[in-house]
Design a protein around this ligand. Structure first.
Ligand code: FES
Ligand code: FES
Length: 168
């Protein structure tokens, strides 16, 4: 028997009918047809499925739908609007400073990890606008990139921090 759960997704209220114990990743991808969160390991080990729940990164592959009832979920698709809201911008940009930095540094190769990288880095920069390299390494430690672009990911996060007024 399907349950009905409501939560806020990328600025809009949504009601879904997946069972309460369905992994949030499946709800986002199968029921809501979002392509940002990706299935990698399914074991909370790689970070490719990450989303923000009330501003905190969670692995959606191991988070049941019931855990986000009434909460605010932000996926990759919602990051530009989240950035605009946090900075009081009148217009939602095409790319966030972080996304632009990932493009500039060519940190996106196959792109499979990039969803989780952006979610985690967004969380980091919201809490720590001027992270040190070690802060970035520590924050990103649980995000695996099979293409090995870690130095470029660090450079991108530093560029994004600088462009948003931090001094990383
Ligand atoms: S798919 Fe969720 S952490 Fe790997
Ligand atoms: S860019 Fe390919 S896994 Fe990170």
């Amino acid at each position: 028997m399907a349950d009905s759960s409501k939560f806020r997704l990328n600025g809009s209220e949504v009601a879904v009918t997946s069972a309460a114990d369905t992994p949030l990743l499946y709800v986002l991808s199968d029921e809501l047809k979002l392509q940002g969160p990706r299935f990698g390991c399914g074991l909370a080990q790689c970070g490719s499925c990450s989303v923000l729940v009330d501003g905190v990164e969670l692995r959606s592959c191991v988070t049941p739908l019931s855990a986000v009832a009434g909460k605010t979920v932000t996926t990759l698709e919602g990051l530009p609007a989240l950035h605009a809201a946090s900075k009081g911008l009148a217009k939602v940009p095409e790319y966030t400073p972080l996304q632009q930095a990932l493009i500039d540094t060519q940190a996106i190769q196959c792109g499979f990890c990039t969803n989780g990288i952006q979610i985690k880095a967004t969380e980091l920069l919201s809490k720590n606008p001027a992270p040190s390299e070690q802060d970035i390494r520590t924050a990103m430690n649980g995000h695996l990139c099979r293409c090995g672009t870690y130095p470029k990911i660090i450079a991108a996060i530093q560029q994004a921090a600088r462009s948003m007024g931090g001094k990383a």
